[in-house]
Design a protein around this ligand. Structure first.
Ligand code: PHE
Length: 334
């Protein structure tokens, strides 16, 4: 029906005129044009309704009412909109104000130290390997030549995990040292080996300025046919100097570890005294045997360094606990 088309056209035109209007004055113009009683377009439509045949009338009449209601409602809604909307000039928003700088985070000092350590040891030809933090006794103790009755196995000195132990069918613990990775590497690979492994270790130590129940170690292992103690000392001294500067003083003290023979403890000059920074030594023949190496054919050195202590020295931090408190004022300095 032509009449219905006329209604549709009227409605579309009215809707878009309403949408385009941006002020109450413009909307008033639109109202006069489309809904005005005297000369409005709606009047023309009303005339069409009058001319419709008797059968058409109910349909056309209904449509007329629909269109009028729809356009009237739309107009009122738009009127409310433009009344509340402010123009850009009146608005409180000032696009010329400077923005707020975004606060950028930074890497944790321990993370930065680990990255630096990897890079330095990489230059000495040491490859980085990873090992699990949850370990069995085989890797944390047995293969490292730590006898059953050794105090290092004391449940009071380790974090044994009861549920994991029950599931695994044997004792499971959070590793107390990264030396576990020496074993895992030698189980997988043949000599020559030159690796470092950096990661977390766990010990139920009382927290104080230099101790934490979780800290990081860098384990090193070098195995070949003619490895000796002088090479170990050279690597550690060069490493310490590369990281802390040429003036750093380190010393080696005779010591004992079940997995190295001979063994040393490594200290660093710390103010007027010395601070222990790790242990090291020549890999014990029993360790080689436990991973199927022939101690008559290969020799090697191993070391384990406390990463936090180097980091404290480097960044002049006097309390290890600062690293784990997540205090942004502290972390922002690095
Ligand atoms: N694993 C020893 C510790 O945590 C350090 C160490 C590593 C000693 C390698 C000798 C050789 O105390």
């Amino acid at each position: 029906m032509d009449i219905l088309n006329a209604f549709n056209e009227y409605e579309t035109a009215a809707q878009s005129a309403i949408a385009d209007a941006t002020s109450a004055e413009q909307l008033e113009q639109v109202r006069i044009e489309f809904l005005g009683q005297k000369k409005g377009k709606l009047r023309d439509l009303q005339a069409l309704v009058g001319k419709a045949t008797k059968e058409e009338k109910p349909v056309v009449g209904k449509r007329f009412n629909e269109v009028r209601t729809a356009v009237t409602e739309k107009l009122e809604a738009r009127l409310a909109e433009v009344a509340t909307a402010k123009t850009a000039a009146e608005s409180d928003f000032d696009p010329t104000l400077p923005g707020q700088a975004m606060a950028l985070g930074n890497l944790h000092p321990i993370t930065r130290t680990i990255t630096h350590f990897r890079e330095l040891m990489g230059r000495f030809g040491f490859r980085v390997v990873e090992g699990p933090e949850i370990e069995d006794e085989l890797h944390n103790f047995d293969s490292l030549n730590i006898p059953m009755e050794h105090p290092a196995r004391d449940p009071l000195d380790n974090f044994y995990i009861a549920t994991a132990t029950a599931m695994a069918g044997g004792p499971i613990l959070l590793r107390s040292q990264t030396s576990t990775v020496q074993i895992r590497t030698m189980e997988q690979e043949k000599a020559p080996i030159r690796i470092v492994s950096l990661g977390r270790v766990y010990r139920p130590d009382a927290m104080d300025p230099t101790h934490s129940c979780m800290f990081h170690q860098m384990e090193g292992l070098m195995v070949d046919t003619d490895i000796n103690m002088a090479q170990l000392k050279t690597v550690l001294a060069m490493f310490a100097r590369s990281f802390l500067g040429p003036d750093v003083e380190i010393r080696f003290r005779p010591s004992f570890f079940p997995f190295t023979e001979p063994s040393v403890e490594v200290d660093m000059k710390w103010g007027d005294s010395w601070m222990e920074i790790g242990g090291a030594g020549m890999v014990d023949p029993n360790v080689f045997r436990s991973v199927g190496y022939d101690p008559e054919k290969v020799s090697g050195f191993a070391f384990g360094l406390g990463i936090e202590r180097f980091c404290m020295k480097h960044f002049e931090v006097d309390d290890i606990r600062r690293f784990y408190e997540n205090d942004v004022r502290f972390l922002k300095q690095f």
